[in-house]
Write a protein that binds this ligand. Sequence first.
Ligand SMILES: Cc1cc2nc3c(=O)[nH]c(=O)nc-3n(C[C@H](O)[C@H](O)[C@H](O)COP(=O)(O)OP(=O)(O)OC[C@H]3O[C@@H](n4cnc5c(N)ncnc54)[C@H](O)[C@@H]3O)c2cc1C
Ligand code: SF4
Length: 439
Amino acid sequence: MSLSMFADVWVYLLPLLGFWAVYVGSRARVQKKNLAALNESIETGMTEPASLHPVINTNRCLGCGSCVAACPEQAGHNVLGLIAGKSTLVGPSFCIGHGACAAVCPQDAITLVFGTAKRGVDIPQVKPDFESNVPGLFIAGELGGMGLIRNAIVQGCQALDSIRKLDGIGKGDGLDLVIVGAGPAGFAASLGALQHKLRCVTVEQDSLGGTVANFPRGKLVMTAPVDIPLLGKVNFRETTKEILIEFWQAAEKKTGLKINYRERVEKIDKTAEGFRVKTDRQTYETRAVLLSLGRRGTPRKLGVPGEEQTKVVYKLIDPQEYRGKKVLVVGGGDSALEAATSIADEPGTTVAISYRSDAFSRAKQKNRQRIEETSEEGRLQVLLSSTVKKISTDKVEINQGDLTLTLENDAVIVCAGGILPTPFLRDCGILVETKHGTP
Ligand SMILES: Cc1cc2nc3c(=O)[nH]c(=O)nc-3n(C[C@H](O)[C@H](O)[C@H](O)COP(=O)(O)OP(=O)(O)OC[C@H]3O[C@@H](n4cnc5c(N)ncnc54)[C@H](O)[C@@H]3O)c2cc1C
Ligand code: SF4
């Protein structure tokens, strides 16, 4: 090879080598970031996806990264990432079951499944028309296994269409329908019931919006256009939690829809004509029931006087809300410890945490350490072996040993866990299957 030919080859080869070096360098950086995300998930115990999630067949995966790019949650967290050239679920607990990864995979390497070997997910038996195995008792939305806002809305509307066709609707003295839950599924079904003039009551234990109302402040919400009864086509694709909730509240006002908030359904019994639905306030006789309960369950209550006040909540949504306030957090798990320390970080707060045991042994080491540091810095009062006795408008009474402490108080956050819907479903006679990693 002559010298000039050799030089010509290098003219082409050098830029290629340059590109290759940049590519290898950036791949190594991305892999390092993905490994760090995976290790953090393992160290913090966040290894169990909530519901529907991808399982990747590594023999089929080519590492093209299409699934990583397609995941709508990837903007906020590392959900999927390439490690050793294969797609990996690096942030399992951030996966909310969009399923976009499986749809784009050119290799058919992704299967969407419910539950894992370690954590089963209970899925009730539901027919294509959304009726459960109990005639007249319907299920829509995430409770039936299919998550996401748009799916819940569509299912709420379709379930309502099936209910309208039941014998006995529009006849007799009782109600036609009781809808349980005012998340996206229950809200859409309630608007459908209003449109078709069904004698319907919607009961919601919390506030409008269901799980969406509990998203963190400013959470980016990915959804898709959908038809909603009385509202027509709604074109949201990418929005925020606040805009979506404001839109639903405006829709509620505009249509005159009435929802019974802060009322919880406790029991449903079959009757000759339909069902008797018992709530913590009253009893309804109805031909049909639509369960649109979601999967979060019902927060465990303290059962003390004053708990019904609106200043008592069961989840921290935004620590900034509590700036300048006197707050009591109740509980000893990770969510309680995280709530207490994040509120204590806000300016002007006075925070106490009350827990019935003598140590926070259930919580992660990282959170226990934060509690210790915040308490040592004098920003948090820790009340172990204590129980809340009474909540009044501006005070709380707490028993600790023989002492009764009275703390000034503006807000109480109870993080005492939740009661999952499965026992309730079984009590209604609904068949439930526990899935351990099956579609
Ligand atoms: C962190 C996070 C982020 C998410 N992000 C997105 C996103 O960007 N896009 C998207 O499409 N989806 C997202 N989702 C999923 C979406 O929020 C749910 O799929 C959707 O809210 C399900 O709607 P639903 O009506 O079936 O149930 P839910 O929204 O859970 O509503 C159920 C309602 O029933 C009420 N209820 C329960 N039991 C009772 C009872 N016994 N009596 C009275 N009321 C009761 C509850 O209080 C609740 O309000 C996300 C979920 C999470 C957890
Ligand atoms: S899209 Fe399929 S082939 Fe590509 S990285 Fe993801 S799982 Fe692998």
